[in-house]
Design a protein. Structure first.
Ligand SMILES: *Cc1c(COP(=O)(O)O)cnc(C)c1O
Length: 386
């Protein structure tokens, strides 16, 4: 299916709403029936009909069809945030006594779920360096039910050989789930590589304007139906119609934004690589990246988000650099129109800062839609003040 068709047409039945080009926001909690028999059928299979908006809603459906097609998946569910999608996807695939193997340092709220919530129900997690396939095999136990991947990671961009991990999991009957937020389905399609569930936050690139949250879980009809009937309806964290509408709007420009961000990122990375205050740059599509070949093999692109390591032994210089930026904002998140930085030292006590630990000198940068030269000039003047 053509990308343009998915984004501009798929799921949009304009004749049903006055041929309006932009779809309506069907802001309703419930749907009326004429016949008891129809109501009965909706109770039997809530996914097949409009009954109540905690389940299926027409505006959300348009988005669902597009996002599933982008992932080349049979179906998907859209949640109120990426964290909610992670929660539902994991919860649906473990039971008391099960074991999870996860990449080390996954997204914060995935890790909090593994460390704080699941152990209360007898589900424990082993973290591994997921870059080596042997580590997955080694960490697997008889009760391992789920492999949790995040490729690339959103700080050091460590990647996993997705096909190899999927193959291993299939041979052992283990379910696989991946956080694909960094690439989005435009630059990586994990379902095609054998993953059972592909998750992405829609807050970042899909929304694209830093004005809404959302999360996506894609997979087979069977897997998605299982999650819908239980976790999705029970947690009640499905996306609301207005937010779904914002995400449909965001999708319209996703390929155009990716093209621009990809080009600007290359220019900003090139500038930073030659700067004397920068020790290293960590970006999957830079040829200095340790897993460059694998990145090129399984990702069709990389853009926007990377980390650079500042050459300094003082935390104050990192602070001064970040606080001196005039246009690039200091904030969490990424994927919007605005460029951002986030230094690792913001999450450690200043007394614990250790310049010998390379990670403490990480500055994560996201390149938004500004001109590359505008961003480079801002970085340049902040380096001067460092
Ligand atoms: C932001 C993010 C999430 C969570 O998404 P929210 O929409 O903020 O809940 C998950 N994984 C990664 C890699 C992220 O960057």
């Amino acid at each position: 299916m053509d990308l343009s068709y998915i984004i501009n047409e798929l799921g949009e039945e304009r004749k049903n709403y006055f041929n309006a080009v932009s779809p309506p926001i069907i802001q309703t909690s419930n749907f009326a029936f004429k016949k008891i028999a129809d109501l009965h059928n909706a109770f039997e299979d809530e996914m097949a009909d409009y009954l109540y908006s905690r389940g299926i809603n027409p505006t959300v459906d348009i988005l669902r069809k597009k996002l599933a097609a982008l992932d080349r998946a049979e179906d998907c569910l859209v949640f109120n945030s990426g964290a909610a999608a992670i929660f539902a996807g994991v919860l649906a695939n473990v039971k008391a006594g099960d074991h999870i193997v996860s990449v080390r340092a996954p997204y914060t709220w995935a890790q909090k779920m593994f460390d704080k919530i699941l152990p209360r129900f007898g589900v424990n997690t082993t973290y591994i360096d997921g870059t080596l396939i042997g580590n997955w095999e080694q960490a697997t136990r008889n009760n391992t039910a789920l492999y949790y991947l995040e490729s690339p990671n959103s700080w050091d961009f460590a990647i996993q050989d997705i096909k190899a991990v999927a193959g291993l999991a299939k041979s052992k009957g283990i379910t696989t789930m991946i956080d694909n937020s960094y690439c989005s389905p435009l630059y990586q399609r994990p379902i095609e590589m054998g993953m059972d569930l592909s998750m992405q936050t829609a807050t970042k690139y899909i929304g694209g304007h830093s004005d809404t949250l959302g999360g996506v879980l894609s997979g087979s009809h069977e897997m998605i139906k299982k999650i819908f009937d239980s976790e999705y309806l029970n947690i009640g964290s499905g996306i609301q119609p207005f937010n779904a509408w914002l995400l449909i709007r965001g999708l319209r420009t996703l390929p155009a934004r990716f093209d621009r961000i990809t080009r600007s990122t290359a220019e900003v990375v090139k500038f930073l690589k030659q700067h004397p205050m920068v020790e290293t740059i960590i970006f999957p599509f830079d040829n200095s990246f340790p897993q460059y070949d694998l990145a090129r093999r399984q990702m069709t692109g990389a853009c926007g988000l990377f980390t650079f390591v500042l050459k300094t032994d003082k935390m104050e210089s990192i602070v001064r650099f970040c606080e001196s930026l005039q246009h690039i904002m200091l904030a969490v998140s990424w994927g919007g129109y605005e460029s951002l930085v986030l230094p690792k030292c913001a999450s450690i006590q200043s007394t614990a800062f250790d310049a010998a630990n390379r990670e403490h000198r990480y500055v994560r940068m996201y390149v938004g839609l500004e001109g590359a030269n505008y961003l480079i000039a801002d970085l340049e003047q902040a380096f001067d003040k460092m």
